[in-house]
Write a protein that binds this ligand. Structure first.
Ligand SMILES: [Zn+2]
Length: 375
């Protein structure tokens, strides 16, 4: 009998802490995201109890598998005291640069990380786990960055390595470069990191010439990047690269801030295009973990992530949506100019209209700049 794990099971990971806590008001992440996805899945009756798993909280020791002890303790103290001495704020980038001090700032990301660690166990014998609270790809070993306090993808990948896997791929669809994950595995020949992101956007790393220690590939794309261009890159270089590495496990960071409806990037993907790319990638390894990431429009986040779950479970997407799902979407609120007169499709549908425009030469010229792996 073959010992190769087979992919049959699908797991969804959620915790009520993602409803009960929220970034400080006026922060761009002070919107329902993980809970909105979960509630929409419930409204669609897409989440049977046997597929739904409660996210545990990562322990201090588990967080310190990557993060430094003094940094983890500083995040904990900042939550307890809702403050931190100035020199520690500066040292750990807490209460600075979009990394706010707020109630839940320790327990919430620790629970997102616990979800990733649970996902490793759930999928060990094959399967796909969706942990939308994960994907916090900017957090660094010893400081917060890019709204991220603890790096869930890094801790999850480290657990795969600790359990003995030797070939792991990390593929990042977020509009921003997955710098924290690339940095963590800079010199590790067991982990291939691939990031597709908008060129000339924060954190400004991830140039096409950046291969880290050798096993990173970066694909910066121009503004207005659309579905046909993403699918071209998937077929022309990203999927062949992943196949050549023969991964035992694949982490998909599925930030949805590259969607046209998102305010934080100039990329123009539809959720349809992103789902097609994600679904194709899920066939490339026996163990798949799908994390979340960026996403700053509550409707496009809820619809985007719920649709990922629908796609990986081969669920039919009704158009228009059932009334209960429409009612849920209709009561979401977004304090943003684009939220004042939201278009009808944000309430009535799950799938955006595909965004296909003319393929640009600048995209066609990218694959030859991304060398195959020298394994
Ligand atoms: Zn992002």
């Amino acid at each position: 009998m073959s010992a190769t794990p087979i992919q049959t099971k699908r797991f969804f990971i959620f915790g009520e802490i993602f409803r009960q806590t929220r970034y400080a008001s006026r922060h761009v992440l002070s919107i329902p995201r993980v809970s909105a996805c979960y509630d929409l899945l419930c409204a669609l009756a897409w989440l049977p109890p046997e597929q739904s798993h409660k996210s545990p909280e990562a322990t201090m020791a588990e967080l310190q598998r990557y993060h430094t002890k003094d940094y983890v303790e500083a995040v904990y103290q900042a939550e307890i005291n809702q403050d931190l001495p100035e020199h520690l704020k500066n040292k750990y980038n807490i209460g600075r640069q979009g990394n706010p001090i707020y109630p839940g700032m320790f327990h919430r990301p620790a629970t997102a990380c616990g979800g990733g660690l649970l996902a490793v166990d759930l999928t060990w014998h094959g399967g796909i786990a969706h942990n939308p609270a994960g994907g916090t790809h900017h957090a660094q070993k010893d400081h917060a960055s890019g709204f991220c306090f603890f790096n869930e993808p890094v801790l999850t990948i480290l657990k795969w390595l600790d359990k003995g896997l030797k070939r792991i791929v990390y593929l990042d669809f977020d509009a921003h470069h997955g710098d924290g994950v690339q940095n963590a595995f800079h010199d590790d020949s067991r982990v291939l990191t691939i990031s597709i992101h908008e060129a000339h956007r924060w954190p400004y790393s991830g140039l096409i010439s950046d291969f880290a220690g050798g096993l990173a590939r970066n694909i910066p794309v121009p503004k207005d990047f659309h579905d046909a261009e993403l699918l071209f890159l998937m077929n022309a270089c990203i999927m062949p690269l992943i196949r050549s590495f023969q991964p035992e496990a694949l982490y998909l960071q599925c930030g949805v801030d590259a969607l046209a409806d998102d305010p934080q990037s100039n990329l123009m993907l539809s959720n349809n295009g992103l789902w097609t790319a994600i679904e194709a990638a899920t066939h490339l390894a026996p163990r798949i973990i799908i994390g979340g990431g960026g996403g700053y429009n509550p409707w496009s986040v809820a619809r985007g992530w719920a649709g990922i779950w629908g796609k990986i479970n081969h669920l039919p997407i009704a158009d228009p949506l059932p009334q209960q799902a429409c009612d849920f979407l209709a009561q979401l609120e977004w304090r943003h100019s684009r939220g004042r007169n939201p278009p009808n499709h944000w309430f009535k549908t799950l799938a955006d209209r595909p965004q296909h425009s003319k393929m640009r030469d600048v995209i066609r010229e990218l694959p030859p700049l991304i060398p195959p792996l020298a394994l």
